[in-house]
Design a protein around this ligand. Structure first.
Ligand code: ARG
Length: 251
């Protein structure tokens, strides 16, 4: 191999590490690698060995719109954005709130839905932000809920769990007073609890976006374009109604 060729290869490798695969590289491969934390019904979750959910269907629709096949990777929630910048996947779709802090590390698409954090408790437990003061509250590690709970319950009362199933279990078994989680995840948990859990109020609102590696503007533009298309042609509305009974896009 010639010296310029080696130099080119090296810089291409470096470029890939810093910015993720370019859209041209992804197109050439034919596959969009999408990572998520798939224990988050109804967004991404497993039924047996099959991944399902609103974000799963939306991600597939977006990939299809870009002329690509989606390849899904299931990861712990708190390793998703790190993995992006290590170029282990191209896109993260996992209900990430778009925050100034995260924007320092990754780039976000336009929000793919709007939602927020819901308080869920047992009968007789704290149902409002004010009532959470001094109460123990469970949530998932690395989420936007942690800081919001700290504000109302006090930092030492937050109980973080590696995944939501554990946070929910802590609430069901009485080890914590309440749980704060994504609104639709909480409503799903309520439905399945057979009256053992009750719904509290919304703690805060947020805009949820898909993430690409910092500086991957080509891919970001392509995903935003595909999102606009599926939001315009009825695909998004149909999925949203099927999963939530309403259109969850940001107004
Ligand atoms: N919306 C919250 C956040 O931005 C939680 C997202 C959790 N997602 C998941 N797939 N477990 O941090």
């Amino acid at each position: 191999m010639t010296r310029p060729a080696i130099a080119l290869l090296l810089s291409a490798a470096l470029f890939s590490t810093a910015h993720g695969r370019t859209f041209a590289e992804i197109k050439a491969s034919g596959t969009l690698r999408i990572a998520t934390n798939a224990e988050f019904k109804p967004f991404t979750y497993f039924e047996g060995k099959t991944m399902k959910g609103f974000e799963y269907d939306l991600g597939n629709a977006i990939a299809r719109q870009m002329g690509l096949k989606a390849q899904w990777i299931n990861q712990p929630f708190d390793s998703l954005l790190i993995g992006l910048n290590q170029n282990r996947f191209d896109l993260v779709i996992s209900s990430h709130g778009i925050t100034p802090e995260r924007l320092k590390a990754v780039d976000f698409t336009a929000p793919h839905y709007c939602s927020g954090g819901l308080i869920v408790t047992r009968p007789g437990g704290p149902k409002t932000a004010a009532a959470l003061k001094g109460m123990t509250v469970a949530t998932q590690v690395g989420t936007t809920y942690v800081a919001q709970i700290e504000k109302v319950a006090g930092a030492r009362n937050v109980r973080v769990y590696p995944n939501n199933t554990d946070a929910l279990q802590a609430l069901m078994s009485g080890r914590v007073d309440a749980m704060v989680n994504e609104k639709f995840y909480g409503l799903e948990a309520l439905r399945r609890s057979g009256g053992r859990l009750v719904q509290g109020s919304m703690l805060f609102q947020e805009r949820l976006g898909m993430a690409v590696a910092k500086g991957n503007t080509g891919l970001l533009g392509a995903v935003n374009g595909a999102l606009r298309t599926v939001q315009g042609n009825g695909t998004y509305a149909k999925l949203s109604r099927a999963y939530f009974g309403q259109d969850v896009r940001c107004k």
